[in-house]
Structures are given as C-alpha cells and as structure tokens.
Ligand binder design. Structure first.
Ligand SMILES: Cc1cc2nc3c(=O)[nH]c(=O)nc-3n(C[C@H](O)[C@H](O)[C@H](O)COP(=O)(O)OP(=O)(O)OC[C@H]3O[C@@H](n4cnc5c(N)ncnc54)[C@H](O)[C@@H]3O)c2cc1C
Ligand SMILES: NC(=O)c1ccc[n+]([C@@H]2O[C@H](COP(=O)([O-])OP(=O)(O)OC[C@H]3O[C@@H](n4cnc5c(N)ncnc54)[C@H](O)[C@@H]3O)[C@@H](O)[C@H]2O)c1
Length: 482
C-alpha cells in the first residue's frame, strides 16, 4: 500500500478545498487534495455556473424586452438548445482538466479517489479501481466534502426518481411540464430558468418563497414567475408522489390537489457529505454537519482531536452554503494552518486575518431570479429577533432615474436596516433587475461599519441604480451638523 506524507491533506476538491490548499502552499506548506469526482466541485459543474448559465438566456431576453426600441428587434424565440450548448461550454463539458492544470501550477498535489480519515492526521484514499493510498499529514487535515441534495421522506418520492439540482443544472432537454418541490434559492432560480426555456412550471412551497429573506423579495419573485406563466403554490406540502400510466409524475398535495408534470425537481435544502468520511475513527458522529470555531477548527470532545489538526471548510460547516463564503473561510483556514505549523502568531480576534467573522453578520448573497435579489447582513425580522434597536429604510427602485433608463416599467425595492445605537447599516436587501452589482457596496458598508454620516460623502453616479444609496440616506434624514 503506497504511503505519502504532506504538511496538509485536504479531503474534497471543490472551491473551498482549492483555496485552503492554495493559501497553505503560499504560506510555505506542502498540500494534497483528495477528490472522488471532478476537481472544482459542485459550483463549477452542478451548481453556480451551470445554473447561472441556464438562467442568463432568459434574463438577457427579458431585459431587451423591457427597452422600447430594442424590444422591436426581437423577432424569434429563446433557443433552449443554444442555451444548453452555452452552459456546456461554461462547464467545460464536465471536464476538470483546466482545474487539474491549475492545481499543478499552484504546486498542489492531487490524489483521485474517496478519502476517509483512518486515524489522527491520516487519510486513506480508495481509488476507482479499488487500490488504496495512505496519506499522512505532518500538520493538518481539512475536510471540504461539501453537501448533497436533501431528499425529504415523502411517500413514493424516491421511486419516481425525481431530479435534484444536479439533473436540473445538467439537463439536455426542456421538460414539457416541471413541478418543483421547495420554495428556496434552488427552486426559485430553476423555476426562473425553466419557465424562460419553455417548460410549464409549478412551484410547490410549504411556506412563502425565499422565506429567509425580506418578505418583499419572495413576493416580487412569485409575482414575476406568475406573470411569466408559472404556477406558484404557497402554504402547501407534497404528501406523496407516484408515476402515472403515461409516465408523468403526479404529486398529491396536502390540500387534496394533484400536480402532474413530466419531471419533478426536489429542491428542499442540503445534507452534509459526512456519512462515509471515517469521522467515527476520531470520535465524531458520521452524517452530521461539522461544528467549527472561527479559525475553522473542528469542535468536539474526543481526545483524538487534540493538537489542533482537524479543520472543516465550506458547505460542510453549515455556516453559509455559498461558494464565496466557503472561499472566504478557506483563505482564513489555509493561512492559520500555515501560521500554526510555523509557530507564527495567530490573528484570531474578530475580523483578524485568521478568522471567518463575516459568517456571523455580513454574508452577501445574490439570488439570480428575475427580478434579482441581492442581500447582505440581517433582515428586519432577524435584527429584531437579535434585539437590535433598529430603523428600517425602504425605497421603491422604480423612482430612480437610473431605473427609468435601464428598463421600461422597472419593478424593484430596497430596504436598509440601521442599528440606531451605532448609526451603521446591519442589513441591506435590493430586489430588481441588475441589482446584483449593487451588493458589494452594501457589503462594504456593513463589514466596514461605515457611519451613516460618512456615507453621505460616498456620492453615487447619476443616473445609475446606485443612486438608491442617496435615497435611503434621505429617508433616514440628513445630518444637520448641529
Ligand atoms: C443549484 C445550486 C446553485 C448554486 N448557486 C450558487 C451561486 O450562484 N452562488 C454561490 O455562492 N453558491 C451557489 N450554490 C452553493 C455552492 O454551490 C456551494 O456553496 C459550494 O459549491 C460549496 O463548495 P464546497 O467546496 O464546500 O463543496 P463542493 O463544491 O460540493 O466540493 C466538495 C467536493 O468534495 C468531493 N468529495 C466529497 N466527499 C469526498 C471524499 N470523501 N473523498 C474525496 N472527495 C470527496 C466531492 O466530489 C466534491 O467535488 C449553489 C448550490 C446549488 C445546489
Ligand atoms: N444564487 C445562490 O447563491 C444560490 C443558488 C442556489 C443555491 N444556493 C445555496 O444552496 C443551498 C441549497 O439551496 P436550496 O434551495 O436547496 O435550499 P434552501 O434552504 O434555500 O430552500 C429549501 C426550501 O425547501 C423547503 N423545504 C425543506 N424541507 C421540505 C420538505 N420536507 N417539503 C417541502 N419543502 C421543504 C424549505 O421550506 C425551503 O423553501 C442554499 O443554502 C443556498 O445558499 C445558493
């Protein structure tokens, strides 16, 4: 059985893993990544990139339709096959060669196969042909196995073999009719994509759409999906599923209705890929999310965890299931692993170089529906629950000169949450066409705890959507200088 030794072993080869390894190597360590499928992970091949590629054809067309003069030039239909082809190019036809080349250029070793912890600082990799390699880490092991689709225990569901996000994002045909169970990010984004591609879509959501965000976000998205021909059912659950004689899937709802569709997508959240990771060998329960501290060290009471050697990064921590947030955690983890290995000072105070402080209070997210949703920090409800003394600022984006120029009949809304005790922003949400690129300014304001008085000096250009910043400040009231 071959054996290899590295300073750092990273299990999983997604975006989080790549960034942990890269930072550790830049910090002077040797690192190996263990990957059982495609280097680059979910984001590149089954999640962010293909889903955004599928959505883009529809939103580009819709944007042109909203500009008199441009709309007249649209004489044909959206070409779904061409959209699939563009998606295939964007995911490199599911080849990870370019990412493998990048690993090599970054000085990171790769072992293909399924990794399992088999002891303290030890990972055994089983390759596709059954052969095994034992890897030993001098300093640390970082677990980055990501997450998988949650399949709820609905009678008949497994038997009808529904799509998960993986089948939806890699689809090669447009289903005539598509039912979607779930009302979160995947459900609303895929409803947006497949409605534009030509499916007749029915969303089955047990609550309101996008219930973790400001309520107006889900309401505007539901309104837009209905306008575009989708059916959005809220406050109903799927009780069972079955195949009909003609091969369709029938979903029986809690209110007695039946939704029949040629495909069914289940988009009800994620589970950690920790069931077969060897966690039991170090006293951790398999199948659970991994608890970490802000330096991404796995928390637990087992003596096998002594010596600060086991880290977890990305979805598996259940902190914020987003590519950019996993990469942020990874930069901190890679740097702190290198610092601890070299006996250098660890900068673990809040907002220090070696901690993922933003996970708690400033997570940005764009939901690529039409209208888009861009949000960071706390919603009004979350801020109230956390006990902040807040003021809520609302503004209708359609009143902006920038919106008037951007699109005829622009629909959108902004909300900012002010912490009245510190007079800083703790949450911002924008909903509307092209608001994604507004988000980073909000993230900087929240992370930087920029006083409202200073924000008056950040002058937005006219006529752009960013003038919403001025309007929100005016809603709050201009400082008098008295
Ligand atoms: C449909 C969809 C769309 C999304 N869109 C966005 C978006 O637009 N923006 C955004 O920020 N986030 C988005 N996300 C979330 C984003 O995809 C994840 O947060 C991100 O991919 C997580 O990265 P990760 O490195 O933690 O895990 P992953 O990317 O899942 O990587 C884990 C890797 O580990 C490998 N692996 C697992 N176990 C083992 C093992 N034992 N041995 C060897 N290898 C193993 C897997 O094969 C996989 O390649 C989306 C998610 C979905 C489902
Ligand atoms: N643009 C983006 O950044 C983007 C896009 C897609 C996914 N993601 C990430 O991927 C993660 C997974 O997305 P998701 O949409 O699967 O999860 P989610 O948590 O966003 O939504 C899950 C939905 O399923 C519903 N649900 C849960 N259990 C159910 C059940 N038993 N029956 C019926 N409904 C049920 C919930 O009420 C919720 O509406 C998210 O956390 C998100 O951060 C991000």
């Amino acid at each position: 059985m071959p054996e290899q030794t590295y300073d750092l072993i990273v299990v999983g080869g997604g975006t989080s893993a790549e960034n942990v390894a890269d930072r550790a190597v830049q910090g002077g360590l040797t690192a190996v990544i263990v990957e059982s499928e495609l280097v680059g992970g979910a984001c590149s091949y089954w999640a962010c990139m293909p889903s955004k590629a599928l959505i883009r054809a529809g939103t580009a067309l819709a944007a042109a339709r909203r500009v008199q003069g441009a709309a007249e030039a649209i004489t044909g239909q959206l070409d779904a096959m061409a959209a699939f082809s563009r998606r295939d190019t964007i995911v490199h036809d599911w080849s990870d060669q370019s990412q493998v080349d990048w690993l090599e250029s970054a000085g990171i070793a790769l072992v293909r196969g399924h990794g399992r912890i088999t002891g303290t600082r030890e990972v055994t990799v089983t390759a596709a042909d059954g052969s095994t390699t034992v890897l030993t880490a001098k300093h640390a092991v970082a677990l980055c196995p990501g997450s998988a689709s949650l399949m709820p225990a609905i009678p008949g569901l497994a038997e009808v073999e529904p799509w998960t996000s993986k089948e939806a994002t890699s689809a090669q045909v447009v289903p005539r009719t598509l039912a979607i169970i779930g009302g979160g990010t995947v459900a609303t984004e895929m409803a947006t994509a497949f409605t534009a591609l030509g499916s007749t879509v029915t969303v089955i959501a047990r609550g309101q759409l996008l219930s973790g965000l400001e309520p107006f976000a889900g309401e505007l998205v539901a309104e837009a999906l209905r306008r575009d021909g989708a059916t959005v059912l809220t406050g109903v659950s799927a009780n069972s599923a079955t195949r009909t004689l003609d091969g369709d899937i029938a979903v029986i709802l809690s209110d007695g209705r039946t939704v029949t569709a040629s495909e069914l997508l289940v988009a009800t959240g994620r589970v950690p890929r920790t069931g077969d990771l060897g966690l039991e060998t170090v006293g951790l329960p398999p199948g659970h999310w991994l608890q970490v501290d802000d330096t991404l060290l796995v928390q637990g009471h087992s003596p096998a965890l002594a010596g600060d050697w086991l880290y977890a990064v990305g979805d598996v921590t259940n902190r914020a299931l987003l590519t950019h947030q996993g990469k942020y955690q990874a930069r901190a983890a890679g740097d702190v692993i290198a610092a601890r290995a070299a006996g250098r000072r660890v900068d673990d105070a809040p907002w220090g170089a070696h901690v993922a402080t933003a996970d708690h209070s400033a997570v940005p997210q764009v939901t690529f529906t039409d209208p888009e949703i861009a949000s960071v920090g706390l919603t009004q409800a979350a801020a109230e629950k956390a006990g902040y003394r807040i003021r809520v600022l609302d503004y209708d984006l359609s009143w902006l000169g920038g919106a008037t120029v951007l699109a005829d009949g622009y629909v959108g809304h902004a909300r900012a949450i002010v912490d009245e005790d510190r007079r800083v922003l703790i949450g911002v949400t924008f909903v509307g066409q092209d608001v994604a690129e507004l988000l980073h300014a909000a993230t900087i304001a929240v992370v930087g705890e920029v006083p409202l008085e200073r924000l008056w000096h950040a002058v937005p250009s006219y006529p752009t959507l960013s003038e919403v910043w001025l309007r929100l400040l005016e809603e709050y009231g201009r400082p008098t200088g008295a």
